[in-house]
Design a protein around this ligand. Sequence first.
Ligand code: GLC
Length: 422
Amino acid sequence: MKWKNLALAAVIATGGLTGAHAATVKMECGSGATVREFCDYIKARFETETQHKVEFIDLPAASDEKLSMLQQIFATRANNVIDVFAMDVIWPGVIDRHLLDLTDAMKDLEPAFFPSAWQNNVVNGRIKGVPSFIDAGMMYYRTDLLKKYDETPPRTWGELARIAARIQNAEREAGNRTLHGLVFQGKAYEGLTCVVTELVASHGGGNFVDPKGTITINNPRAAEALDTAAKWIGTIAPRGVLGYQEEEARAVFQNGDAVFMRNWPYAWLLSQDDTSPVKGKVGTMPVPRGGEEGQHAAALGGWQWAVNVNTTVPDAAIALVRLLAEAKSQKHNFLVMGVPPARMDVYEDPEVKAKGPYLENLRAVFEAAVPRPSTATRSQYPRVSNAIWNATYDVLSGRTDGTRAVADLENRLGRIKGREWR
Ligand code: GLC
């Protein structure tokens, strides 16, 4: 009897029979300039606070390439390649059946998060991910240059193009030969779908596919939005933007070589780093409107923590996601990566407030942000997005014009849809 009690005490002390197994969780950290610092912090805490270990797995940085790689991994049904990973806001409806159901393990966390971010991961009533951070497209500009030319931050794309051209040309004449008016993500990939979502919505051209699944892209305002952007290439934007993702645009802007940049909130903290040539010279503003009648439209982005349904270490993977979901973790993620937390309480933290004054305005931006048509197009979204970025790229690179591109895109989306989105 006495011996039995001792054994029981030992089991309790080590966390129970099953929990006592030390597991190694294979984790993908997401991407970003300072992501490793955050992941090392999480690994150190997880390995101290539990008996488990973390091993990092690298996936490609671009959202669409990462998704293809994950889909290949899922297709092999391998259970030893990846356990926990960062999932883009547009994926839950696409990879739903490969995600561990986290409903029972995570449902108590819901009140801490922005409701829209939380709901995005609920598929057919089941929780399939826990929000890490929210993203919304925004513009950065050089406060020193606008001041020098007595200009104020533009409200419309037309004004932006005028100011960008004026400052670029005057500065080049004065010897600043490497300055460009505008940089953004113009490569044919998911980031271009975000850019064109903003452009089209800001011109009042809709959202490609409406919430009911109807294809709406073939309209004159959408065509005008594409033609407007095509005029920037080789004038205010370098031809090179056709190969830029987020980090290429940031490199040019942060080096002092652009007046305006379209990017995500992460670029702010990096631009204010002590090593940054534009430290103290950067302002932020909403994505411009298409015209006096257009609207400010920020594309909605963001990342979630999800668990592979084939994991052999579900308990440890869940413990890791719960740690990632803590306010302390999301605060650290903001302090090193500058990404807007998905938890509401982190915004009240004095250190966060001091380092991210712009976060205060972001709340309203998140609420009004324009989602990509991933919910309506369901598992077909990757093909839809691919068609959207290719059509946009064709206009930007001068292969076609806006009117023809939106008509072709309507046809292409119709073929992908078939009778219904599925
Ligand atoms: C950002 C956004 C993500 C988007 C990606 C495109 O990471 O958070 O939602 O898909 O950019 O490049």
